[in-house]
Design a protein around this ligand. Structure first.
Ligand code: KG4
Ligand code: ZN
Length: 420
């Protein structure tokens, strides 16, 4: 009988052979055939994006409108407002991206748009617009999974061969997965409550960081990262590590958030802070909180690497961790993950910041990877007109319980408290 673990390795071997074939096919298409062009549309949350790329990964056109400042004023994303703004901006943004590429719709080979997961009101705008462009221009339509696009975009600017480990950390998601190829993922861990970006945003808001001039226009994660870099005593506040009894790769941030909230209340009470004022030790609290979030992310990632190494799920001489999503812009987290990678024998790759956060280019690139491997392309007008959006959509095949069943104990790699 095949043991379950050998079975995992067997699946991976099969995929490896398939990947070699896909890589060869992709390269020959990109070099032998004409240079393809894909237009991608992103509206899954509060960013309206349109990007145009070619098969070599060249950025031909790009336009992005972030609703962030408006939602900052309201204290969170209000879906109907987000939808109105997407509707208001999408036409102009796509025109602008085409203009910057010096192109018209007839110059592109396919239209890609995010259809899952995300806020339904937001998703519907990009989906409808993309479908309309595809039908008007008589172009194939490529429906895109937002998280898969985050996971693949590193390949647009750097040499990253399949398979690799990806860590996606953003405002709405947190997951670890093996990327076997464009359309095949194995999920090793995911969050059981909040996402790290959400944990940063909520505490930044509660700390009233936007009342301080240096932070007034920043998102929560950026604000906490900069505030943390000014800390005198970054370990002043202690946080219990989450999920220490679950020896898996899942994440949990809600406990850290509650602990931070309690510290804020205690500091406000002790220093009689009211109204718009902020607590005196705000920088130290930001640093301690960021450290706790980082430590949790690093430990779950280390366990994923131990699991991978145990079963040789990535080639021994070529193991890569790709980090993406908005929280990946955090340099402190990136440096700590780099240390984990070097101890574990992994290369550490992060796309440029503008490709880590939500954007239309990553959707265009995911469309390009699909176009080049002929995977998930719609050409039939009825199929295109009937494409659905999905609020929730898991990434890949779920291996989270397989990881848990192994109870992998790790000797944690120490996090150095370097100044940012
Ligand atoms: O990927 P993204 O643009 O949108 C989602 O799909 O969620 O990520 C946005 C999130 C926000 O929660 C923001 O606070 C976080 O990314 N973020 C950061 C940093 N820059 C953005 N978090 C930590 N440190 C940063 N420098
Ligand atoms: Zn995202």
């Amino acid at each position: 009988m095949i043991q379950p673990l050998n079975f995992i390795s067997m699946i991976v071997q099969t995929y490896r052979l398939r990947n070699q074939w896909i890589t060869q096919l992709t390269r020959s298409k990109a070099t032998n055939n004409k240079n393809l062009i894909v237009l991608g549309i992103e509206t899954s949350c509060d960013d309206t994006g349109c990007g145009i790329v070619d098969s070599k990964g060249t950025i031909l056109g790009n336009a992005l409108y972030s609703q962030h400042l408006l939602h900052l004023k309201y204290g969170g994303i209000i879906p109907p407002i987000a939808q109105d703004l997407h509707i208001k901006n999408i036409t102009e943004l796509c025109e602008c991206a085409l203009k910057s590429a010096n192109m018209k719709l007839h110059n592109v080979d396919a239209v890609a748009a995010t259809v899952k997961p995300g806020l339904p009101l937001s998703l519907s705008v990009g989906r409808n617009f993309g479908v309309r462009l595809s039908l008007i221009g008589n172009k194939p339509f490529i429906p895109i999974h937002h998280m898969e696009a985050h996971a693949l975009v590193a390949r647009m600017t750097q040499q990253v061969d399949f398979p690799y480990l990806v860590l996606l950390i953003s405002g709405g998601h947190c997951l670890l997965a093996i990327v076997q190829n464009v359309s095949s993922f194995f999920l090793l861990g995911t969050t059981i409550d909040d996402a790290p970006g959400e944990a940063f945003d909520k505490i930044a808001r509660r700390l009233k960081l936007k009342n301080l001039i240096d932070f007034s226009n920043l998102n929560g994660g950026q604000a906490i990262e900069i505030a943390a870099s000014r800390a005198e005593s970054p370990t002043q506040f202690s946080f219990a590590a989450p999920l220490t009894h679950s020896l898996d790769c899942n994440f949990s941030f809600s406990g850290l958030k509650t602990t931070a909230l309690n510290y804020i209340l205690e500091c406000e009470r002790k220093s009689s802070i009211i109204g718009d004022k902020v607590i005196p030790n705000i920088y130290n609290l930001c640093a301690s909180y960021q450290l706790a979030i980082t430590r949790h992310i690093c430990q779950r990632t280390q366990r994923a690497m131990e699991f991978i190494n145990r079963h040789e799920l990535l080639p021994n001489d070529h193991r890569t961790l790709v980090i993406s999503g908005g929280v990946a812009c955090n340099d402190f987290i990136f440096k700590c993950l780099n240390s984990v990678c070097s101890e574990m024998g992994f290369a550490c790759i992060r796309p440029p910041s503008k490709l880590c956060t939500d954007n239309g280019l990553m959707i265009a690139w995911n469309g390009m990877e699909r176009l080049m491997t002929n995977s998930g392309i719609l050409t039939n007008k009825n199929d295109i007109a009937n494409v659905d959006i999905e609020k929730k959509s898991p990434v890949g095949k779920d291996w989270t319980s397989r990881v848990r069943e192994e109870n992998i104990k790790c000797k944690w790699i120490k996090i150095k408290l370097h100044k940012n």
